[in-house]
Ligand binder design. Sequence first.
Ligand code: ATP
Ligand code: AMO
Length: 436
Amino acid sequence: MIERTYTSEITEAMDGETVSVAGHVHELRDLGGLVFVIVRDRDGLIQGVFKEDREPELFEQAEELGAEDVVRVTGEVTESGQAPGGVELVPEELEVIDEADAPLPLEISKDVDADLSTRLDHRGVDLRQPEVMAVFTLKSKLMDAMEEWFQNEGYVDVETPLISKGGAEGGAELFPVVYYEQEAFLSQSPQLYKQILMASGFDKIYEVGTAFRAEDFATSRHVSEISMFDVELSYIEDHHDVMDVQEESLRYALRAVADEAERELDELGVDLTVPEEDFPRITFDEALDILEAQFGHFPEDPTDLDTKGERLLGQHFEEQGHPAFFVVGYPGEKFYYMQDVEGDDIASRKFDLIYKGQELSSGGQRQHDVDVMKEVMAENDVPEENFEFYLEGLSYGTPPHGGYGLGIDRLVQKVCDLDNIKEAILFPRDPTRLTP
Ligand code: ATP
Ligand code: AMO
């Protein structure tokens, strides 16, 4: 490895020590006989001070540098009240490791706002901005913590196929793939496999996976390729057991971010509130009542919450100190795998979690009686032959179970207060974007 010290490790206590810092040239400030070279690594910035009268050869080299060149600066750590981080380097050696082409497609160091589309066109350069990279170092900490919760609770980490015969979530949003002689699609959700694994006796599982939705519209919360955190557990009494898991794991992960991602939150200017109190659980009807009474809002489709409805409910609960809450029971979604309470005509054991005014996850208690499932499939014109493997998988003894799928990108979007979900994805895919 090339010897180097990360900028985050260099402190005032190291005054007088010689270190090497490797990174990109973030900014060059040429003040005549003095050049400030600001070097950026993953963790931050440090400035090297090159003086013509002190180190003429190094000064000449520094004057030749260009923005985003990759360099290694070796020098003495020197305390300085004027340096951005309180320390700077008095250089002893400057190596140019790779030169960057000029001009850059985007400005990195200057506060120039490019539109999102241009940023995504040049994502490799865009990601160099400290506040953009912070989204992804934060995401890594968030998801590590989330997995840690499930590992601590004895969940098994599984992987299910990404190529499937049919859709788990209905037929409209599937991407077809060329698969030998057979019709096949990219997976929309690991739902069916999660349930078969419950029948197999895995008891508690989670999967960090990818799901594909051929959404043919552009919103700030939909993309075509999604990172999904899926969970399934057995021997539940009802859907409240599943909501408990969702609530506790999310609180744990958000706490970890608040404790361990201070630098990233600072960089993003985010003041994260960890929802320590119980998440409110309201019925769909109660949600409609709040929307009508508080905001005079009626969703266009009275069987589903619209984007505005979610946002207004989010506002209502946030004002009461609850950034997250559950809406339970959706009249419009009597899906074959969802369980109803007998005599009730709605998918009463289905829930959505709304976080900061946006749907973050869907889940519920599943139907584990295959005969009932077949009836619902027939009523809804779902072709049974596409799901033979699933129905067979649940036929030989299935414990009561439930679970949910959480959109990781939406979670990161909301934690980081980003306007668009695509900012929470390294290389997002939408109906028009296939590169980079
Ligand atoms: P799920 O698939 O679980 O329902 P989702 O958030 O993708 O999750 P959708 O039902 O696809 O949910 O859509 C939820 C909301 O997203 C809709 O109620 C609507 O407000 C918004 N939405 C969906 N389609 C469009 C669209 N074409 N244009 C604008 N907004 C849309
Ligand atoms: P659902 O279809 O609601 O449920 O998806 C779960 C969560 O995934 C996210 N999501 C999306 N994010 C960005 N772009 C999209 N196009 C998109 N579509 C979905 C949302 C959503 O809440 N099988 C069930 C889960 C279960 O019951 O276990 C399912 O997939 O955050």
